[in-house]
Structures are given as structure tokens and as C-alpha cells.
Design a protein around this ligand. Structure first.
Ligand code: TYM
Length: 333
């Protein structure tokens, strides 16, 4: 039997190249080898305020972007989280074994609860995420580095449940790509590229225009020392000491399908300006292909809805098997 892969993205803000490089590009490769399930996690998105009309549209935008980026509905199942009520049901059950102290230690909670008004949903966010994953008896969760802590919590909750009620959940492992686990902001290379960044220049969105991409790459922070590109070929050193330029090289490598070292070799004799021109051209070329497919998919929304309906039916059926077991174990039937 093939491995089960599950992952998801929140339909909040705009999807950016960090999401693409860190998550979606891995999914595209994994879908050939595994039973792949990709979710648009709208219940997670409402843990911070969303405009209802915008949210509805963003859900379809993310679904269309999954497809445009190469998720193939013949190989993968794509569905909207809120269309499968089993997720929130299991989250409630897992809440009853989730330690408060561990939830308080979640980095995302610490960051988001100062940015937004605190609410119980935001605090409980990782338990819902654990439910997403555990409902499908998931083997692997391909994500960026920032989600690792949540997957560790997922494993802890699964173990706790299994111990208390008997073997029920498989323990999932995070799959995090080494070199592209954390794409940084173009303006503040010490912070990760994020959908909620207040500075629009820090983030390149998948649907950005050519002009926006050029401007953002041009204004990206590099280094005051002009010789860094020539001098340093080691990724770890670059990401510690010269993060701005190291991050741009990482992005270059990802879109070329190179490793870091090859990206460095190709650009080491260039000035920052020439390197940036090359990077902007590469991003514009690659993102235009995705954008073209995206527009076609959005123009044929009936077909998209059909894919999401099929995905929902599949998700409901598969997750119901696990939820039935859970109910039996807990004494709910
Ligand atoms: P989200 O929506 O913030 O991000 C989606 C995916 O993109 C990755 N990512 C990055 N990777 C590299 N560099 C970056 N700068 C960067 N920014 C984001 C994230 O690691 C993630 O893989 N909690 C999740 C959504 C979720 C989920 C799940 C994921 C809900 N349920 C179940 C996996 C399995 C989140 O907020 O991702």
C-alpha cells in the first residue's frame, strides 16, 4: 500500500513563493509516489479576522493555484477543510487530551496572539491541525520548517490517545526540504517570508505582475560587501552571515531546480545587479507559466468545483473510517 501524504495551506492573504518552494513544489513530486491529499484549510484561516467575501474567493484561488502549480487531480485529492465536518469533530475530541502548557509553548500562538486579538480558536489551532493529519492515517506531512513544531504536537497527541484508548492513529512524520525549508523576507532576511507581512516588498506572490516582481527583486536587501557572492559558496555560512544574498540564491536554486552550490557557481562572478536581473527574469518566466494556467482554471470554475466535490467525497469517506474508530474507543457510540 502506498504512503499517505497530507498537507494544507490557509486561504488567508496571498500565496507566495515561500509557500510554493517550501510546500507545493514538494507535493508535486510526492503525488506520483503516494496517496496524496491536499486541503485548503479555511477553518484555520478564520482564527484571525477575515472578510467573508474575500475568504470565499481566496478558497477558490488557493484551489486553482494548487492545480496551476502542478497538483494533478488524477493523482491527488484536493478538498476544502470546512466541507468535511469530521475535522472539527476530531479536534473537539483531541482537545480533551491536549495539554494546555504545550499549546502555550507553540511559536505560532506566541507570535499571532500578540499581533491579533486573542481567541480560543487561535490557541487551539494546532489541535485542529493535528486532526487534519490524523484523520487520514497520514504517513508524511510535507511542509516548511515553521510547521515542524505543530507536527511534533500532532505526534504527541496521537501517542497520548493511542496509549489511553488503544492503537488508533498512525504517527506522521514531517517532510521538510533541507535547503528550502525557510524562505526569508526580501526586506528583512532575518524573518521568514509570510502572508501576513506588513511590508509588501518582502514577499513575492505567485500572482504578482512582472512589474511587481522586478521592483521587489531590485529592492531586495543584499549585502553592503559587494564581494560576498564571489567569496562564499557554502550555504550554511551564507544563511548565517549573509542571509539576504543567501536567500536570493536559495530562491534562484529552487526555481532552476538546482542545489544551492550550483546556483552559487552560476552567479558567483556577477554583480548584485546582474544577479538580481537574472533572478527577476527567472521568476517572471516561471511564475507566468503558473499564472497562465491559473487564469484558465479560474475561467472554468465548474470544472474546479467538480474536482473539489470529488475531493470532498473522498475525504469524507476516508476520514469517517478513523472517526468511527475514535468514537468507539472514546465511548461516543
Ligand atoms: P501556511 O498556510 O502558513 O503555509 C503553507 C505552507 O507553506 C510553508 N511556508 C513556507 N515554507 C518555506 N518558507 C517560507 N517562508 C514559508 N512560509 C510558509 C508552510 O510551512 C506550509 O507548509 N498550519 C499550516 C496549515 C495547515 C496544515 C495542516 C499543514 C493546517 N493543517 C495539516 C499541513 C498539514 C499553515 O499555517 O501553513
Amino acid at each position: 500500500m502506498s504512503k499517505v501524504v497530507f498537507s494544507g495551506i490557509q486561504p488567508s492573504g496571498n500565496l507566495h513563493i515561500g509557500n510554493y518552494i517550501g510546500a507545493i513544489s514538494q507535493w508535486v513530486k510526492l503525488q506520483d509516489l503516494t496517496e496524496s491529499i491536499f486541503c485548503i484549510v479555511d477553518l484555520h484561516a478564520i482564527t484571525v479576522p477575515q472578510d467573508p467575501k474575500v475568504l470565499r474567493d481566496k478558497v477558490l484561488e488557493v484551489a486553482a493555484l494548487y492545480l496551476a502549480c502542478g497538483i494533478d487531480p488524477k493523482k491527488s485529492h484536493i478538498f476544502i477543510q470546512s466541507e468535511n465536518p469530521n475535522h472539527s469533530y476530531l479536534a473537539w475530541v483531541l482537545n480533551t487530551i491536549a495539554p494546555f502548557g504545550q499549546l502555550e509553548r507553540m511559536t505560532q500562538w506566541k507570535e499571532k496572539s500578540v499581533k491579533h486579538e486573542e481567541n480560543a480558536g487561535l490557541f487551539d489551532y494546532p489541535v485542529l491541525m493535528a486532526s487534519d493529519i490524523l484523520l487520514y492515517q497520514t504517513d508524511e506531512v510535507p511542509v516548511g520548517e515553521d510547521q515542524k513544531q505543530h507536527i511534533e504536537l500532532t505526534r504527541d497527541l496521537a501517542e497520548r490517545f493511542n496509549k489511553r484508548f488503544g492503537e488508533t492513529f498512525k504517527l506522521p512524520v514531517p517532510v521538510i526540504q533541507k535547503e528550502t525549508a525557510r524562505i526569508m523576507s526580501l526586506q528583512n532576511p532575518a524573518a521568514k517570508m509570510s502572508k501576513s507581512d506588513n511590508d509588501p516588498l518582502g514577499t513575492i506572490n505567485i500572482l504578482d505582475t512582472e512589474e511587481q516582481i522586478r521592483e521587489k527583486v531590485k529592492k531586495a536587501v543584499t549585502d553592503s560587501d559587494p564581494s560576498v557572492l564571489k567569496m562564499h559558496e557554502h550555504m550554511n555560512f551564507m544563511m548565517e552571515e549573509h542571509q539576504g544574498i543567501g536567500n536570493l540564491l536559495t530562491i534562484y536554486a529552487a526555481f532552476k531546480g538546482y542545489n544551492f552550490h550550483d546556483a552559487w557557481k552560476e552567479n558567483s562572478d556577477k554583480s548584485y545587479q546582474d544577479f538580481k536581473d537574472g533572478l527577476a527574469n527567472l521568476l517572471i518566466f516561471e511564475l507566468a507559466k503558473i499564472q497562465k494556467r491559473y487564469n484558465e482554471i479560474r475561467n472554468g470554475e465548474k470544472a474546479l468545483r467538480k474536482i473539489l466535490d470529488e475531493g470532498r467525497n473522498y475525504a469524507l469517506e476516508k476520514s469517517s473510517v478513523t472517526l468511527r474508530k475514535v468514537k468507539e474507543k472514546v465511548g461516543l457510540i
